[in-house]
Design a protein around this ligand. Sequence first.
Ligand code: IPM
Ligand code: MG
Length: 355
Amino acid sequence: MPLHKIAVIGGDGIGPEVTREACVILSALQDSLPELKLEFTEFDWGSEYFLKNGRMMPEDGLEQLKPFDAILFGSAGSLEVPDHITLWGLRLEICQHFDQYANVRPSRLLPGIQSPLKNIGPAELDWVIVRENTEGEYSGAGGRVHPKLPQEVGIDVSVFTRDGIERVMRYAFELALTRPKKQLTLVTKSNAQRHGMVLWDEVFEKLKHDYPGITTDRMLVDAITTRMVLQPQSLDTIVATNLHADILSDLAAALSGSLGIGPTANINPERTFPSMFEPIHGSAFDLVGKDLANPLGAFWSCVMMLEHLQEKKGASLLMSAIEEVCQEGRHLPKDLGGNSCTGEVTTAVCAALKK
Ligand code: IPM
Ligand code: MG
């Protein structure tokens, strides 16, 4: 099996804490699976780097990352540097330049985990949200007019391109084909936003004929929030714009137990560039240094990374170990109702891997 070179960017807040634990887990996985060959290289980029160097990563940062097979990312965002700088200087810079246009966020109620929804079990909440990840509301287009005057204007322009919509939708249709329900829901706000969102609807209507095996439907973004809460079992795969899916994926993670457990894959499907894997949670400043961070979102992201690297066996071993620890319930972090510290959760997953 090939050696996979992994770039590790812990970033800010609890990011470095969870990527450190993820590397421990991946090393343990390699011990159980000697044919799995991973090599880690750490990068100290993020807000601390910014305070010293005036940039979130070096000028040639993308060049440095390009030769890697995957990127394991922690979080970007700190109290000392404005959010739009941390975001645009690192995470978005990587997503956009590496054309990671499919942001894939599974939400599944793992066995043993309690959802805030009443009376639901694992079978009722099993979704994947596919988030357009390079344009839309996060295009970065816009500007400020009349700076600092009372009549100052701030403009953010959402950019939706037919190509950009079509490629992420095709990704979502293909993904839906691999899922038990083979169902894809398009989310927009095409009643109120009559240009870009209507283009999303049109592209969807055209593409669905290429995937006769997929059941499709369309929802407005406000309406789908109630459906996620009241009829979770009616959903399967969801495709949405950058901002809509950002919001829906936080809701999805909370409904599946906690924001701490959700994983993310930022995929460049053509594999021209490395893809990037990260927990969905952010920097969580209130938890930093307290050994309270939930590392399971980072571990699940590693599962997605292994799947992307076509390491099926490693991916399924790790996912089973995570599920076993959840099911058993004795070593869960605080946000999942347990009282284990970060390291104890890691130790429990390592022990499950050894079985
Ligand atoms: C996410 C996060 C980011 C985003 C933040 C940190 C800017 O919420 O990955 O969902 O909105 O993309
Ligand atoms: Mg978000």
